[in-house]
Design a protein around this ligand. Structure first.
Ligand code: NAP
Length: 230
């Protein structure tokens, strides 16, 4: 079994997601208020985005000799909902196992060291292995469902993590907040960053579920992904 996966993103009309030159006041609300209306058991982000929420302290991890087995670690549950980070080589450090009201789950590969696992255990941060050297996102979402009971998963970006879930065919729905502005920065991050150039891959198609005008000139668009054979 796998969760129902909704990708939520705030994009300019040219599909860019970094707000560096957008000049919006109170810019977080355009992403967060619609997100809070999507029922989900967890939100998931890539390592780069999570580093906006994880510890800002400089951690030096102990060089203890204790080898920690590369097996999933599930901390006692302390919240109703979770936040999940795709962090294949263990770059996020934690002061607590919470981001706001959500309990943290780290998704790792077996490239991580024992001292890093020791750090996660010392903070009671749950972690799961999604592959030896490369992540198998199918396995990851199955583990989130089976080990944590996550039945509805919201993917909150950035572009790389959205792109890798899109490529793996794991997104069921797109929730796009379309900001009424053109960014125009060549080469900057977009809603889905999958790969360079045109290969054999075909675009993903959507069917419209709903569209709503919000904050005067923004649109909140909900699409269902059209799966192969539909
Ligand atoms: N407007 C919006 O809706 C929105 C939403 C969220 C974030 N953002 C912005 O987007 C920017 C970050 O986006 P981003 O695309 O650079 O980063 P990201 O998607 O947050 O994180 C990318 C990193 O996650 C890991 N990762 C993701 N998918 C993986 C996979 N399938 N296999 C292995 N590793 C994987 C890799 O970590 P390693 O590098 O450690 O291997 C990768 O470099 C930030 O500026 C943030 O503020 C905008």
């Amino acid at each position: 079994m796998k969760p129902y996966v909704i990708c939520h993103s705030l994009g300019s009309v040219d599909g860019k997601i970094k707000q560096t030159i957008w000049g919006l006041n109170d810019h977080h609300k355009y992403f967060e208020e619609p997100a809070s209306k999507i029922k989900a058991d967890a939100w998931l982000v890539g390592r780069v985005t999570m580093q906006e929420f994880s510890s800002k302290k400089k951690y030096t991890i102990s060089r203890n000799k204790k080898k920690i087995p590369k097996a999933d670690f599930i901390a006692p549950r302390v919240s109703k909902t979770y936040t999940v980070v795709i962090d294949p080589s263990g770059k996020c450090y934690w002061d607590t196992n919470m981001v706001s009201t959500e309990q943290v789950i780290e998704v790792l590969t077996e490239n991580v060291s024992s001292p890093y696992l020791d750090h996660l255990r010392s903070r009671n941060v749950s972690y799961i292995f999604g592959g030896k050297k490369k992540l198998d996102l199918n396995l990851v979402v199955q583990k989130l469902y089976n080990l944590f009971g996550i039945k509805r998963l919201r993917i909150d970006g950035g572009g790389h993590v959205n792109g890798s879930f899109l490529k793996a065919g794991l997104i069921d729905e797109l929730s796009l907040v379309l900001a009424p502005l053109a960014d125009g920065t060549i080469g900057s991050l977009s809603v889905f960053d999958v790969e360079e150039g045109y290969g054999k891959r075909l675009a993903t198609h959507f069917k419209l579920l709903s569209v709503k005008k919000i904050y005067n000139n923004f649109l909140w668009i909900r699409y269902a992904v059209i799966k192969k054979g539909e």
